[in-house]
Design a protein around this ligand. Structure first.
Ligand code: NI
Length: 251
């Protein structure tokens, strides 16, 4: 089962979101990042059987969100197609001036997830150690490390405690030596496929806008790196996604 566990399906990025969804032979989890995208997530999950969603306030939106933003998320967790909180976390690449606020927002959203027993999709950029320090305080929470980019050593520690690693188009890039080591060194059972569409388009389409259907290119690269059939990658990562997000999909 091909499942793109992380994409951003937005009218701002695609002329025709419906066509992008129709071209994906599989399931997608579209992620919110602010008020506008969270609303779009709700619209899409209500419209399409094969689209699930996660809701959250991205660290880049830390100065923009309001109490109503949080209430909107909490209210919509009653929707059975909303399967987690995300993407949330820490980003010190774009903004180092609101680190305390980013941490506070991240923790607030983990606690919302915990009330419902939902998984949390993490965005972490230039903030690996602080991210790990926070998630270590929540040993019972199911985490997904979206677009994993840290070392194999750290990956081994994370998967030991049940964190799943999202692997996307970056693994197809020539210079992604560290990520290829991670894919080779971590069991397939701990990996999830993702595109992060419209970003991070895999080779050979790098430079073009990404779409969930490109998830197959990620699966093929993982199969090549692990020297296993691509069907095995699709089957196992599909099961991983169903388990981690508790997706209601007939197997
Ligand atoms: Ni994303």
């Amino acid at each position: 089962m091909l499942i793109d566990t992380h994409c951003h399906l937005s009218k701002d990025d695609y002329e025709n979101v419906d066509e992008i969804i129709k071209n994906m032979d599989g399931y997608m989890i579209t992620a919110g990042s602010d008020d506008k995208s969270n609303l779009e997530v709700i619209e899409l999950v209500n419209k399409y059987d094969n689209v699930f969603g996660v809701l959250g306030i991205h660290p880049e939106s830390v100065t923009e969100y309001s109490e109503e933003s949080i209430q909107f998320i909490e209210r919509n967790l009653d929707n059975p197609k909303i399967v987690g909180i995300g993407e949330v976390g820490l980003d010190y690449y774009w903004d180092k001036t609101h680190i305390a606020e980013q941490k506070e927002l991240f923790i607030k959203q983990i606690e919302i997830a915990n009330k419902r027993n939902l998984p949390v999709v993490i965005h972490s950029r230039d903030a690996t150690l602080d991210t790990i320090e926070i998630i270590n305080k929540y040993p019972n929470t199911k985490f997904i490390f979206h677009c994993y980019s840290a070392s194999l050593e750290i990956a081994k520690e994370l998967v030991k405690r049940g964190v799943k690693l999202g692997i996307g188009g970056v693994v197809t890039f020539k210079n992604s030596i560290k990520l290829k080591e991670v894919v080779k060194g971590i069991n397939l059972e701990d990996l999830l496929l993702e595109t992060d569409s419209p970003y991070l388009t895999p080779e050979p389409y790098r430079g073009k806008k990404n779409k969930p259907a490109n998830i197959l290119l990620v699966a093929q690269k993982i199969a090549e790196l692990k020297d296993i059939p691509v069907d095995k990658v699709i089957e196992v990562t599909g099961k991983n996604a169903i388990a981690q997000f508790d997706l209601n999909i007939p197997l």
